[in-house]
Design a protein around this ligand. Structure first.
Ligand code: PLP
Length: 388
């Protein structure tokens, strides 16, 4: 059975160019980049090259990039570093719709006695910078606002929010895990202090990421140990994955413009057709200020998980906006924060495309999804009655 992979916000396939760049470092080029000898030193040069490739994609300097083990690590490192830099500023401002990489840390900080202000979003999932302005105080140490939402694809006005944070003297971090490689980012024209990204969302391997730290920002490492990463992140480098991340960033820089347009056209077609072919559907998220690859659609009166199971039988991979916790289906915290009605939040499905998504795959999804919705509605526990 063919796989139609429309779950690229969960993870992406490794690009063939990326895999090829990595292979030598899983084979003969196994030197330790910290070694004095040239066998290790040769490997070090490839890490330096990768650092330059990551920096180039986001308009940063190479020395502003450290490699991490994940996007989650980058988020944790940035927020904790900012809080440690000025102990008199213990207050945190973030949003209700962050990924658990930030959300869970915020909750942990609250349990430890810190005050965290949780910003809301409007019905389109958009953040109002005025609410940030009202939330920051003299004692705010860090404002952490994601660049783009993983569930809806909504892109926040992060530059505006960063400027508000900086005007109040606090650090600004953005979780850009879903944005890097999909939309242009230029740190030269930005006041963002920290930006986290993750390899596996842009066709590099899982378990590698990078954190941008603006030059001059007071930094406190999360992981202490050896002198790796200029003393900013201990631990022998995951060389093959770092080289892969560099290659993926170079590929994204080269092809982003073209791919954005192509992928957006596919996404728009999928969205248009599903919204028009299946009644009682709605788009979740701002219609325009969104990542080009993400469509979050609610099919009312059906369970998103039931749709996913039926799609899975056809080889179509997608995600739902509800998660099974303790036997009940909980709608996602993002859709809840947007005030999406119960029957719509439960029936939400996220389709996320990539550079490898084809026209035929979108045709296949457009043909197969509406009949599944009709069948499921006929047996809906929401009591919708006969299928439309
Ligand atoms: N932040 C966002 C917005 C994400 O979508 C993800 C992954 O889904 C992460 C952070 C975590 O990244 P990683 O899986 O590399 O830890």
């Amino acid at each position: 059975m063919r796989t139609v992979y429309l779950d690229n916000n969960a993870t992406t396939r490794i690009a063939p160019e990326v895999l090829e760049a990595m292979l030598p470092f899983l084979g003969d080029s196994y030197g330790n980049p910290s070694s004095m000898h040239s066998f290790g030193g040769g490997v070090r040069r490839h890490i330096d090259r990768a650092r330059g490739q990551v920096a180039a994609l986001i308009g940063a300097d190479a020395e502003e990039i450290i490699f991490t083990g994940s996007g989650t690590e980058g988020d944790n490192t940035a927020i904790l570093s900012a809080l440690k830099a000025d102990p008199t500023r213990a207050h945190v401002v973030t949003t209700r719709v962050e990924h658990p990489a930030v959300l869970a840390l915020g909750k942990q900080l609250e349990r430890e006695g810190r005050r965290v202000f949780w910003l809301g979003v409007d019905a389109e999932g958009m953040l109002d910078p005025d609410e940030v302005r009202a939330a920051v105080r003299d004692c705010t140490g860090v404002v952490s606002v994601m660049y783009a939402n993983n569930e809806t694809g909504v892109v926040f006005p992060v530059e505006e929010v960063a400027a508000i944070a900086k005007a109040c003297g606090c650090a600004f971090h953005t979780d850009a895990v879903q944005a890097v490689g999909k939309v242009p980012i230029d740190m030269r024209r930005s006041v963002i202090d920290y930006l986290a990204l993750s390899g596996h969302k842009l066709h590099a391997p899982k378990g590698v990421g990078a954190l941008y730290i603006r030059k001059g920002t007071k930094f406190n490492p999360l992981i202490v140990g050896g002198h790796q990463e200029m003393g900013r992140r201990g631990g022998t480098e995951n060389v093959a994955s770092i080289v892969g991340l560099g290659a993926a960033c170079e590929l994204a820089a080269r092809t982003m413009e073209e791919e954005r347009t192509r992928v957006k056209a596919l996404r728009d077609r999928l969205e248009r057709e599903l919204l028009s072919r299946a009644p009682d559907t709605r788009l979740n998220g701002h219609p325009a200020r969104r990542l080009p690859n993400t469509a979050n659609i609610s099919f009312e009166y059906v369970e998103g998980e039931a749709i996913l199971l039926r799609l899975n039988e056809l080889g179509i991979c997608a995600s739902s906006g509800s998660a099974c916790t303790s036997g009940s289906l909980e709608p996602s915290h993002v859709l809840r924060a947007m005030g999406v009605p119960y029957t719509a939040a439960h029936g939400s499905v996220r389709f996320s495309l990539s550079r490898y998504t084809t026209d035929e795959e979108i045709d296949f999804a457009i043909e197969r999804v509406p009949p599944i919705i009709r069948e499921l509605r006929a047996i809906s526990p929401f009591g919708r009655g006969p299928a439309k």
